[in-house]
Design a binder for this molecule. Structure first.
Ligand SMILES: [Fe+2]
Length: 243
């Protein structure tokens, strides 16, 4: 059975399991809100904070063990700021589990593998045709190992697709900051800040891929539990570093 691991637009309740995570990250979020730091400054500061928490084995190991033993996610901190929110968590992926191709409206994300390995494919959004159709270009298609990262925001690599290998579970540190950006890619901008599932390979137009919105059910039906390699990038597609 395909596990649906996309939380969509449902209301998320506040959770504070680890005040030290909030204390270390909240000031940076407020500086972003006040435009005194850039999105990428915050993202790389968050990665530094992750490394600090990881290096404290008395703190870190029990959280990671929770994920591995229970085979579920662990949430350090989630807080709603009224139309904006942050979630900092560990995502557990069972062997072969796929997070199907998707993009985000107004989401800044930082992810880093903390256990196991992840196959990840990332694309850049090139052009918004309409709310359901976008042009994208592939950026990277690679195996991520421990401490490798996926960093995305509204204007950087905001389409991704990732999966754990068939024979081993994986855990990813996942930070999602939603609703804080003001210059948005999608027109008209959707009301939801949830994932938007995509078929990224509908057809090739001028060296780009036409990607089309799918329902959650369609996305998981088509891509759930299947290796990303089943969808090779067509030869005529131009990769981002060649544009
Ligand atoms: Fe995502």
């Amino acid at each position: 059975m395909v596990k649906i691991n996309s939380r969509m637009s449902e209301k998320r309740r506040d959770i504070l399991n680890d005040a030290r995570v909030r204390e270390s990250m909240h000031p940076l979020l407020m500086r972003l809100e006040q435009s005194t730091i850039s999105v990428s400054h915050m993202q790389y500061a968050f990665l530094e904070i992750l490394r600090t928490h990881q290096s404290d084995s008395g703190f870190w190991d029990s959280r990671l063990k929770f994920c591995s033993d229970k085979e579920e996610d662990y949430i350090f901190w989630r807080e709603d700021f009224g139309g904006k929110d942050i979630t900092v968590s560990l995502l557990y992926l069972e062997p072969g589990e796929v997070h199907p191709p998707h993009h985000h409206n107004n989401v800044i994300s930082v992810q880093s593998v903390v256990s196991g390995q992840i196959w990840a494919r990332e694309y850049q959004r090139i052009k918004c045709m309409d709310a359901d159709n976008i042009l994208i270009s592939p950026v990277r298609d690679r195996l991520l190992k421990k401490n490798d990262e996926i960093v995305a925001h509204e204007w950087l690599n905001n389409v991704h697709w990732f999966a754990a290998p068939k024979d081993e579970p994986a855990v990813i540190w996942n930070c999602n900051v939603r609703g804080f950006e003001t210059n948005l890619f999608l027109h008209p901008a959707p009301n939801s800040l949830g994932r938007i599932l995509l078929d990224p390979h509908v057809k090739v137009i001028n060296g780009c891929l036409l990607a089309q919105k799918l329902t959650v059910e369609e996305g998981y039906e088509k891509f759930g539990n299947k290796p990303i390699a089943n969808w090779p990038i067509p030869d005529e597609v131009i990769w981002m570093d060649k544009i």
